[in-house]
Write a protein that binds this ligand. Structure first.
Ligand code: 5GP
Length: 194
């Protein structure tokens, strides 16, 4: 989505759990402070170190459903047993004020954005291999075996859908992937040493 008045853009970043989207996005924001990352709502319990309102808005299912009914989400989906959604109003406000917005969301949400905002730029972050993805998910050591299995199962579907995206970046090396991401988004006057 380009805001016609301001040239701000809606940029969607999707990829399987464990692929390193979080690190990539943090690095992208550190290097480009005019971009804004939307804070999602979720019914998932906070992981150690996660702060309400900063990493996510942690909601119970009842509150989440109320927001769905009130059309408060730009998109939302269930993922591995929990609900995740992008609060609509804050994204609209940023776009209206000329700020480009990043959404870091899973496949079903990305599909909803594609339908409702055809001008959004959608990027898929892919792992070097499925084995490497499994190693990264297990290495995180924060999720139960059941949650890990659900995430691996879902990862296969996501990887199979990568052709639906405007661009695919393989996250083998973080700094190279960030540079590639900047080039794809059109922020390409940067170098690896920035
Ligand atoms: P995690 O539980 O690991 O933080 O996130 C699980 C998945 O949910 C990740 O793929 C993440 O990108 C996705 N996700 C986070 N926020 C949202 C959101 O607002 N909407 C959708 N559709 N997916 C989200």
């Amino acid at each position: 989505m380009f805001s016609r008045m301001t040239n701000s853009r809606l940029i969607v970043i999707t990829g399987p759990s464990g692929v390193g989207k979080g690190c990539l996005v943090s690095e992208l924001l550190r290097r480009n402070n005019h971009l804004w990352l939307s804070v999602s709502a979720t019914t998932r319990a906070p992981r150690r170190g996660e702060v309400d309102g900063e990493h996510y808005f942690f909601l119970d299912r009842e509150k989440f459903s109320e927001l769905v009914k009130a059309d408060g989400f730009l998109e939302w989906a269930e993922f591995a047993g929990n609900c995740y959604g992008t609060p609509r109003e804050q994204v609209n406000q940023k776009l209206r004020s000329g700020v480009s917005v990043l959404l870091e969301i899973e496949l079903e949400g990305a599909r909803q954005v594609r339908k409702n905002f055809p001008d959004a730029f959608k990027i898929f972050i892919s792992p070097p291999s499925f084995e490497e993805l499994e190693r990264r998910i297990r290495g995180r050591a924060t999720d139960s075996e059941e949650a890990i299995q659900r995430r691996l199962f879902r990862a296969k579907d996501e990887i199979n859908a990568q052709n639906e995206f405007d661009s695919v970046i393989v996250n083998q090396d973080l700094s190279k992937a960030v540079l590639e991401l900047e080039q794809k988004i059109g922020l390409s006057n940067s170098t690896l040493n920035d």
